[in-house]
Design a protein around this ligand. Sequence first.
Ligand SMILES: C[S@@+](CC[C@H](N)C(=O)[O-])C[C@H]1O[C@@H](n2cnc3c(N)ncnc32)[C@H](O)[C@@H]1O
Length: 250
Amino acid sequence: MVKDAYQGFAERYDLFHGKFGEHKPVYRVFFQKVFVENKIHSVLDCACGTGHDMHLFYSLGCEVIGSDISASMLTRARKNLKSLGVNIPLHKVDYRALHKNFKRKFDAVTCLSSSILHMPDKKEVIRAFLSMQRVLRENGILIITQGTTDKQWKVKPRFILNSSMKEFTRLFAIDYLERGARYNILDIRHDKQKPELKVWSVDYAQILLKDDYSKLLQLAGYRKIRFYGSYKFEPYNKKESDLLICVARK
Ligand SMILES: C[S@@+](CC[C@H](N)C(=O)[O-])C[C@H]1O[C@@H](n2cnc3c(N)ncnc32)[C@H](O)[C@@H]1O
């Protein structure tokens, strides 16, 4: 059995997002516009994690299905959705095998927040992109997002402050490797008498950047590949962007 990489972190994962069911207006508007422009009514969130984006898509009126390889993340997603009385079908599926598990097509497939970086090499990334493509309808779209950008890869900052609140801090201490990176996620709770530190690490065997996505998505048969550097639709800029968003059409 393959080890659940998110076991032990799923419970704390939600601290990336804030309160379940609340979405930043700029983030909400981004997806709303993309969905309206592309006539998106059904979405498969194929690395759905704890379910925040599924809730957003559902609240935008879409039919939503979620899948993920991690049982612990799916358990958390189920709990989160139930807390708001939202019923979304969830499946434990590797995103390289979507076509074997879903016999229907979707208007959009989403693979958000660096989820594709879990692939060990480019061959496996192409396998995943092909599988995502096979469950998309003609002209359907694949949406990918990640925080690691060309700028970050060039500058290689050791520390990135992810969250800074009165009682909680989340800090990334990043080890850059030749092709990949290890994100050590340091969570500090300072609301108690004695501060509490918890560390969890995620390994990305290879970091994919804009040119990699262009090449690999084309190889997998996608076209009209668009890149944005922010949820305000600013064009992606290799020197400046702190976010990489990719929208590719089947
Ligand atoms: C950084 S989390 C992102 C979760 C969610 N998309 C979000 O934005 O909060 C990465 C997710 O990718 C999932 N994942 C990793 N490899 C996968 C695979 N081969 N198939 C499906 N999901 C995978 C993990 O289990 C995890 O839930």
